[in-house]
Ligand binder design. Structure first.
Ligand code: PLP
Length: 433
């Protein structure tokens, strides 16, 4: 096992992903390539669904936050596993629809839904809008009224928790482009407007406090604030909030320095706190929605590259260059995200070499990691970066006109192309002159 159970080493000393030889995969599909172990994704979906129903009640629903990894096939998996999905743009809604995802289980997020987004979502019959602000509420109310329908919504609320500095820093995330803050009174204001708005059914509230969070406390603190707010709405408006969406953000083990989270246990712990809070506050337990993104898909993924060369600069760094980089994984360039990398064709050798992994773009910041522990590499080696299932393909670009890699899905030892490798023709498909 390397970081997660589905990454291992076979008798040839090759990395295996879900039991399949990564070197063989690189030979068959070329590099760079995203590999996904479908069994891991399905298992994670089942864990969340089972735990949510067991600890929050039969109506609880985990949504897959599909911005983490978005392509047609992933919505089919979410649908088959009984999850809802969270979409944040007209594009994500389009892909969900194309996959035949049931519209009533779609939650439509985003802090700036355009008129076209709103119209498209209403046309599709999207079950729930998560309304960010008063301007959107007004636009949606008008559009729904014009169609003679009543649109179910949640309101995005900013509880004022900064999960990374933590201990309910009451001003922390109030300064956010998302949602309406409780402490400023804007949350209560939008609640009152939503209750009164034509064409709108206010079903509940939503909050999302951040990402890659390993502790339960920030979630419990946010839940406490939300439950108190629900009680306040009841007292002030005589209105019962029936649904509470607690967002996503549970962390993922990217390196051996990260803890591995038992998601079923985490859901159970959050449920215990929420149920106690509701009992204490005299609030009927609302329907609970969870919104995991990365924790459903990140660990399932690995990216395979071919090493082009090694440069050792005396007194400075060792660089290993690969045939991808920030266009397929911008996360190190964006936020210095840490990963585990290894040479897939010599995965049994110790990772006793220190290197910076460089991409192939004309950009000094085009790195996949610095000071990484890896095997000594040479041109032609297959290099794997593990745990790339989330926010890699979905954030990929064509910088330097690099075609996006394919997404290869593994299921029970069979590898299938889920998304084709882009061709050079794809790169100019929209060029008109
Ligand atoms: C990004 C996001 C999520 C998922 O976050 P993860 O850290 O990937 O679990 C859930 N809900 C909202 C509103 C988000 O923006």
């Amino acid at each position: 096992m390397i970081i997660h159970n589905h990454f291992d080493v076979n008798s040839k000393g090759h990395l295996t992903i879900g039991g399949t030889d990564a070197v063989e995969l690189a030979k068959e599909f070329g590099t760079p390539a995203y590999i996904l172990d479908e069994n891991v994704i399905r298992e994670n979906c089942r864990t969340y669904l089972r735990a949510a129903r067991e600890h929050f009640g039969a109506d609880a629903l985990p949504l897959y936050a599909s911005k983490a990894l978005c392509f047609t096939g992933i919505y089919k998996i979410a649908a088959e596993e009984g999850l809802g999905v969270d979409c944040v743009s007209g594009g994500e809604l389009y892909v969900a629809k194309r996959a035949g995802f049931p519209a009533d289980k779609i939650y439509f997020h985003g802090n700036n839904k355009t008129d076209r987004d709103i119209a498209d979502a209403l046309d599709m019959g999207v079950g729930t809008f998560v309304v960010d602000n008063c301007d959107e509420l007004e636009a949606l109310s008008e559009a729904a009224t014009r169609r003679g329908i009543t649109q179910r919504i949640l309101l995005r609320i900013t509880p004022g928790i900064d999960p990374h500095t933590h201990r309910a820093i009451m001003t922390g995330n109030v300064d956010s482009k998302f949602g309406s803050a409780i402490v400023t009174g804007q949350a209560m204001d939008i609640v009152k407007r939503a209750i009164a708005a034509d064409g709108i059914e206010l079903a509940g509230l939503h909050c999302h406090i951040g990402s890659q969070i390993f502790d339960i406390e920030p979630f419990s603190d946010a839940a406490a604030i939300m439950v108190r707010f629900i009680a306040q709405i009841k007292a002030e408006c005589g209105y019962e909030i029936k649904e509470l969406n607690l967002g996503g953000g549970l962390g993922v083990r990217y390196t051996e320095y990260d803890r591995d989270i038992d998601y079923a246990e985490a859901v159970k712990d959050i449920a215990t706190v929420v149920k106690n809070l509701c009992a204490e506050g005299g609030v009927k337990l609302p329907k609970i929605i969870l919104e995991p993104g990365r924790s459903l898909v990140a660990a399932a993924g690995a990216t395979l590259y071919t090493v082009g060369g090694v440069k050792e600069i005396p007194g400075f760094k060792n660089y290993i260059s690969v045939d991808g980089g920030m266009p397929d994984n911008p996360r190190y360039a964006l936020y210095q995200s840490q990963y585990t990398a290894l040479i897939a064709n010599r995965a049994n050798e110790p990772r006793d070499y220190r290197a910076t992994l460089a991409g192939r773009c004309c950009e000094s910041g085009d790195l996949l990691g610095e000071n990484m522990e890896i095997q000594k590499a040479k041109r032609g080696d297959i290099l794997a970066v593990l745990v790339t299932g989330a926010y890699n393909y979905s954030m990929a670009s064509n910088y330097n006109k690099l075609p996006r890699p394919p997404v290869i899905m593994l299921k029970d030892g069979v590898a299938r192309v889920a998304v084709k490798r882009e061709s050079y023709e794809d790169l100019v498909a929209n060029d008109v002159i």
